[in-house]
Design a protein around this ligand. Structure first.
Ligand code: PEP
Ligand code: MG
Length: 758
């Protein structure tokens, strides 16, 4: 028989009030716990109410019951996944059953005297997405608990979670507290180094949750109004972000903001929070409850897209909490110098909200080395370790942290031993930096007198300071698309001209090689229409996009020509796959030159036009291409990803093949031989150029100019100055013929034997 829905007679609000009264009674913790189950049972007209609390080793202990055998209290234990209670803990999902004993997960425990109870409603006690215990009500009859009852029990469980975590009800096991609530032990985790450098500092959490708010609503109407106001402020802030992405918000891609907006306007989300307030919670507690529940559900999803949305939802909930606390007034956050920023993920704009000179390092739970935030971190020389899965579950604001961008490791609350080891490492790092500074203005001349030209990659005005700081001889790759990505609207001709002028002015006598827009793929503008592609890296990007919509490229070429009037201009085209594409791009440049001539406008003194070698097909057309160009630059990041068919942004495969493999060396050797035959300057501007061992191999093969992130120039110069090129070239002569998958070990051995610092 199924009884009709009841029965939460006086409703959760009255229950919460009574619970609150019970919490302040001066009685022992166990009595308080017993009183709690009694109150819940009475309020829900249940014959049984039990609380199971998580213990170390993923065990759940029956800590209080009304209705089961009192002798089972503190005796009955279930593992996660065992029985109905264990299943709720394992899945972090409620179970609502009319006939519990017939459920496949039912585990009979004779000591509890559970047999006569058929209907069962259990919910997880969750805090911050973690299961702290399970709350259950049971009835003898086969009744069906209504949705309202389920939600009411969840509200009670949420309040219990706060009270349990605060230790007012029961002493939690240290291990559970450490791991689940207030992590205190030293903790080490491997991630992936996104930007080099080592730092020790105090943790600041990106958008830290607002703590210390009341749980129970004094006045529900007031709380509902506060929630409504907060949601309204949140929506307005998202809308204004979207309509006028300000130029400091670089690269915050529009679809991310759109997703935020969608969530912020999601009626289901707001309704669930309103209901929680209706049950007697404060607006803040309601936001947290709904977020905790969502987090628990989403984090078990396999689909990475859905899991990624967690970041959006967390961020939204945190923003809402800040509005509720009246703390989001748009002011810049204060934080201690040298702080280590910890976040799920960041856009480049969010990173730039923090003053890079005051930031010690950044730890991300997600991200990828090829992401824009990683590129910006490298440009700003802020150590960054990403893909530290779940790090936010282990860290709290104010913890000490060590970040090691070289090894991709992080330590939280490090022991004195670790700190001393890192102090030493930092000192060594500083010594090395001092060595780089000492040779900053010295040439990269090898021991046998070969001049190696070390240039830097850049894309933003902030990068230009590194020309002097790092001692770069020029800019071998200026990624012009970055400026387009930082603007909220398409930069007009005038803005482009003055930007390129400023770049050229700052570079002075040092050459700058501008690469035309490399848009598309994952480089999406915050304005303009974006068509989703199944394989964006292979899609309508770079030169393909430019030739499909030539107006944009023509404007850019015009701006470059105007900016370089009276001085030299070097331009190159990205992602060219066949000579015809280069021809067409070059023809557009010629049209622009003719146009300026016609208008009697000043032109550059010297115009050098180059082509990037980034697509393997072009390597087999060099005979046709090279006579048409003034120089080439190997974009090894893309060239290698297409050569091995291995996505550079997918960490599961991006390291699968080695740059220092015989096959890559053979490929580069072929390019160099062709360029030599045509007497054409060639350089390489992928990330490999910045790795001393890889750079050594490049020089050994015959490259005399390479371009890299500015922070890599010091280490590469130090390596180059210890090198005997002719001897190395001999050593490398037949490496490309070897059957090995990689010759890294041989090159390393060579470096060690010959005292080359790599
Ligand atoms: C490359 O592909 O190697 C390159 C330098 O270009 P980007 O990294 O901007 O694609
Ligand atoms: Mg490229």
């Amino acid at each position: 028989m199924t009884l009709s829905a009841p029965q939460m007679g006086v409703g959760p609000r009255a229950l919460l009030r009574r619970l609150r009264e019970a919490m302040v009674e001066p009685v022992a913790a166990q009595q308080r716990l017993d009183r709690t189950v009694e109150l819940i049972a009475a309020n829900m007209v249940a014959e049984v109410c039990s609380i199971y609390i998580r213990r170390a080793g993923d065990q759940l202990e029956l800590c209080a019951t009304k209705g089961l055998q009192p002798s089972a209290v503190h005796k009955t234990r279930l593992r996660f996944g065992e029985g109905l209670v264990g299943e709720i803990a394992r899945t972090a999902e409620p179970l609502n059953l009319t006939d519990a004993p017939h459920h496949p997960k039912f585990a009979y425990r004779p000591e509890t005297g559970e047999d006569p109870f058929h209907s069962f409603l259990g919910v997880p006690i969750l805090k911050g997405g973690h299961v702290l215990g399970v709350l259950v009500v049971q009835n003898q009859t086969q009744r069906h608990y209504s949705e309202e009852e389920l939600e009411a029990l969840q509200t009670v469980a949420m309040v219990l979670a706060e009270i349990v975590a605060s230790g007012q009800l029961i002493q939690l096991d240290d291990a559970v507290i450490d791991e689940e609530i207030t992590p205190t032990r030293p903790y080490r985790q491997n991630g992936v180094g996104f930007a080099d450098g080592v730092a020790v500092g105090k943790v600041i959490l990106h958008a830290p949750p607002i703590k210390d708010h009341a749980l129970f609503a004094e006045d529900v109407t007031v709380e509902l109004q506060r929630l409504e106001q907060g949601v309204e402020q949140l929506r307005q802030s998202i809308d204004s972000m979207l309509s006028a992405v300000d130029s400091s918000l670089i690269g915050e891609p529009r679809d991310v903001l759109e997703a935020y907006r969608m969530f912020a306007h999601d009626r289901g989300w707001v309704r669930r929070m309103e209901e929680a307030v209706g049950h007697g919670l404060t607006a803040e507690a309601a936001v947290e409850q709904v977020q905790s529940d969502t987090r628990a559900r989403l984090s078990r999803q396999r689909d990475p897209y859905i899991r990624d949305r967690l970041h959006d939802l967390d961020d939204l909930a945190h923003r809402l909490l800040r509005f509720l606390a009246g703390k989001d007034n748009g002011s810049v956050r204060e934080y201690p110098a040298g702080a280590i920023l910890v976040a799920h993920n960041l856009g480049p704009a969010e990173l730039l909200d923090y003053d890079p000179n005051r930031l010690g390092g950044v730890i991300l739970a997600e991200g990828s080395p090829g992401s824009h935030v990683a590129i910006v971190a490298r440009a700003m020389a802020v150590p960054m370790v990403g893909m530290v899965d779940g790090v936010l579950d282990h860290v709290k604001e104010g913890d000490w942290a060590v970040i090691d961008g070289e090894n991709g490791e992080i330590y939280l609350r490090p022991t004195q031993g670790i700190l001393s080891a890192y102090d030493e490492k930092i000192a060594l790092h500083e010594q090395r930096q001092a060595k780089f500074t000492a040779i900053r203005n010295a040439p990269a001349t090898t021991r046998d007198g070969h001049e190696i030209e070390l240039q830097m990659n850049a894309g933003l005005l902030v990068d230009l300071q590194h020309l002097d700081l790092a001692g770069a001889q020029g800019i071998g790759l200026f990624r012009t698309e970055l400026q387009f990505m930082v603007s909220s609207t398409m930069p007009r001709l005038g803005a482009q001209v003055s930007f390129y002028q400023e770049v050229l002015d700052t570079a002075g006598h040092r050459p700058v090689t501008f690469r035309t827009l490399d848009l598309g793929g994952d480089k999406i503008l915050p304005y303009g229409h974006v068509r989703r592609e199944a394989n964006p890296a292979l899609g309508l990007r770079a030169i393909r996009l430019a030739l499909a919509r030539p107006a944009l490229l023509r404007y850019q070429l015009r701006a470059l020509l105007m900016a370089a009037a009276g001085r030299g201009l070097r331009v190159m085209f990205p992602m060219v796959a066949e000579v015809e594409e280069y021809r067409q791009a070059r023809a557009l440049l010629d049209v622009e030159v003719e146009r300026l001539k016609r208008l009697n406008q000043a032109l550059p003194d010297k115009l050098e036009v180059g082509c990037m070698i980034e697509v393997p097909s072009l390597v087999w057309q060099l005979g046709a291409l090279l006579p048409l160009v003034d120089f080439v630059s190997v974009g090894s990041n893309d060239l290698i990803q297409f050569f091995f068919a291995s996505d550079r942004t997918n960490p599961q495969v991006s390291d699968r093949y080695d740059f220092l493999s015989p096959t890559v060396l053979g490929l580069l050797r072929h390019i160099l031989a062709e360029c030599r035959a045509h007497n054409l300057p060639v350089s390489l501007c992928g990330e490999a150029a910045g790795q001393p061992l890889e750079a050594m191999a490049l020089i050994g093969l015959g490259f005399r100019a390479i371009s890299m992130p500015p922070a890599r120039i010091g280490p590469v110069k130090l390596m180059a100055r210890g090198l005997h090129v002719e001897q190395l070239a001999q050593f490398m002569d037949d490496l490309f013929l070897r059957p090995d998958r990689s010759v890294r070990h041989l090159l390393k051995e060579y470096a060690e034997k010959n005292g080359v610092i790599v």
